[in-house]
Design a protein around this ligand. Sequence first.
Ligand code: SF4
Length: 365
Amino acid sequence: MFELHGHPHPEFTQRIRDWGFTAGQAARLWRCLYREFATSAAECSGLAGDFREQIARHAVFSQPSAVQISDAPDGLARKYLLALADGERIESVWMRFRDRATVCVSTQAGCALGCVFCATGQLGYRRDLTAGEIIGQALFMRQRESAGPDRPPLRNVVFMGMGEPLVNYDAVIRAARIFGDPAGLSLGAKQLTISTVGVIPGIVRLADERQPYSLAVSLHAATQAERLAVVPAARAWPLDELIAACRYYCDKLDRKIFFEWTMIEGVNDSLDQALAVVELLRGMPAHVNVIPLNPTDAYDGRGAARPGLERFRETLLKRGLPCTIRQRRAIEVGGGCGQLNPAAGAARPAAPMGPTVGSTEPSNR
Ligand code: SF4
């Protein structure tokens, strides 16, 4: 079966032509998918009967179904527990920021990398998502959240939900190309952020392929020993090699990297760590985003309190390293950074909201 949402435009058109239909008919179908948000052949208007029949018999729409929808109490975020065609469950988050909306999409069902504070890592790996399944999450949420004159338009997609995007590289890049297609959602490359916990081959490949998307690297610590304690993947991809890959990326693309720092009280919130990250990233076009740890069932650590966050940020800023304390979203419904886990249920104990400074997006890192 042909996965309609899983193919960038030229490839998509070629397949339709291979079926014996015209490029114009392919363009009409593309519009049905990405401008009219059709979810079945029957909903596709303006298609000839034989074309519609071919679609119904030989193609699939990557349309998840909602199992549970959980609203954050502040009305600024909504977590979707979604079921895929094979019954696999994933979570995705819609977030509102002033006049725009951001969706956080999952790229894998579960994750094999096992960051100690992450509920997805605690779940383990189940399978990679297809490009169509990644796109399908955003279309599903966009349809429900951004349609209508008083609703903020979808402006950003962050590949920061369940899973490690650079382990599922091909599907993620295909999805990013589809999100950016001018005849579809038409999101700019900078509006698409790919996150990684530090998969070095993927970072190098992004640079070598000159992929135009924003990159966020989850750092969490500035020394190998401290990082290894929270990110087991640091054993395969050690910190010094990761930073060398990041410098290669920045040099090759003349672009900055966002470094994510989940701040855990007593673990990575010290002055020594702040000074070490300044040294580590010296001379690199970098921006550090700090966010306090969010609660998960299987990790005892506590999120750093506001004074610790601000002390850390001030230490970086005074030494010329840009740093933002990130907004938090959907914590109360288990939709915040590191909390996504379809097996954990929607409700979580409310956590005190941290400082709201800056405007970069939440993630599952
Ligand atoms: S933080 Fe990202 S890479 Fe780490 S376990 Fe969670 S989903 Fe996987």
